[in-house]
Design a protein around this ligand. Sequence first.
Ligand code: ATP
Ligand code: MG
Length: 495
Amino acid sequence: MTRVDRETLRAARRDPEVFARVLIGAELWPHQREVARSTARYRAICAGRQVGKSRLLAVLCLHQAFSTPGSRVLVVSAGEVAAQRLLDEVATLATSSPLLAGSVLDETKSQVTLSNGSTIMSVPASQRQIRGWAVDLLVPDEAGFIDPDIWRAAEPVIIARPGSRVILCSSPWGTADHFFRVLWARGMDAPDEMYASWHWPSSTSPLVDQRLLDEIRAREGDDYFEREYLAKWTDEAGAYFTVEEIEGATADYHLLPPDEVGQVTRHARPYIVAAGVDWGVSRDANALCLVAPLDDKGLNDPKDGLRYFVPWLEYAYRCPYGEWIERICTAGRAYGLHVVASEINGVGAYPTEQLRERLAVVGAVYGVAGVWTDNRRKQAGFGKLKVMLQRGQLVLPRIPELLKQLRSLEFEQMPGGSLRIEVPARAGHDDLVLALMQAISCVRPMPGEAWRRVADVDHTVTWLGVRVPIDAWPLAWHTASYTWPAGSQADNTAW
Ligand SMILES: Nc1ncnc2c1ncn2[C@@H]1O[C@H](COP(=O)(O)OP(=O)(O)OP(=O)(O)O)[C@@H](O)[C@H]1O
Ligand SMILES: [Mg+2]
């Protein structure tokens, strides 16, 4: 590792561009440089994939921490995975650079501390503690997916700190009055010392060439391509779910991974769920989605019926079916899988058979329903999903990939009056919504029961007014809500 001389150190402290050159051994790209140079208090970037967002954010976070001893940087991400990813980028840059060599005191899952007393923290937006924090630089990452309520609570506190600044970066997402869209539009329309904005379609990056983009466009749906690569806000035409339907049902609660479900024994799995499985071909993912009635601790009025939610959802690309089946079994060892709807068209028939056998061995399932996903099934399944979302019966986790896929679903009116619903033929990426739809097809919404309200439950509220505990658990020992999905292949004696 080469040593950095004092003059360079001084220049790097003053100038983020010098800092970047010495830190990463590469110049910032021109579009990144513009943002780094801007002195606006709010800098907003609406960006496509792979244009160098993470790199720029990591550099600016580190520059703030490096140049001003004792400063605090807070990255807020939509979802726990994303929060981890940006901090990993920060940590990697910091520890591998001669500029910061020796000055990284400590790095943990959620924080990087420098020897000058500065810290860079990264939290998922679901964490309430972002209220009340004093920070010098706030970075809402994938800001379009962050709950406006959290932003409303956090912003005044942050802005109270003299000289503090905000950098918002996101793919285009959110209703017209979402804070990211509003701030971005403000900075685009009338940039001043307070607001500045940039638009970065993927082609802005010198590494992304037109040929690659043309190829992607040829295989992805229009809505997806326009949003993810052209960074354009797409319109409503043809979209099956409106942004309001999706956002209205979304809440920042913690997902409950199987290993956190607890010490349940083979014969006692109190958290009984319905599961949907989608089998991936080539570039699609294998997906598993669980749905269960929510134990809302009496927070909601029982006369509106039980609320359902997604306690757990996972997906994996290029994962061999055998391995994927074992992962479903792992979920089944923790949760009780009352009914699993598994797609048997396409590649699904054989893996569904294997899954049925393995789950029987594990003793984790009541029944596996092989379902044939044709147009009628989609119409019924997504129709049910839509009604449940509109009525506030279903709460969705704030996982950008799931929300985007829901948004990508398009419908077409067929001559006979039926609807064809799909992520356009050229687009794959419907794995999560299909798994969700399969799980929902096994749910029969039930009337609510009057629970005693538990005092002081830390909770969040959806736009539709549904209260959801931050630590959301399924109702224990509840099976009344499940049903054998219509039109499925007969299975075993259990039903
Ligand atoms: N200034 C730079 N000089 C050289 N390479 C860069 C620069 N900025 C980014 N890159 C490279 O470009 C690629 C994309 O960058 P980055 O991961 O920051 O983009 P992103 O917009 O966050 O992508 P994604 O949409 O996948 O999250 C990476 O391989 C990164 O190393
Ligand atoms: Mg990135």
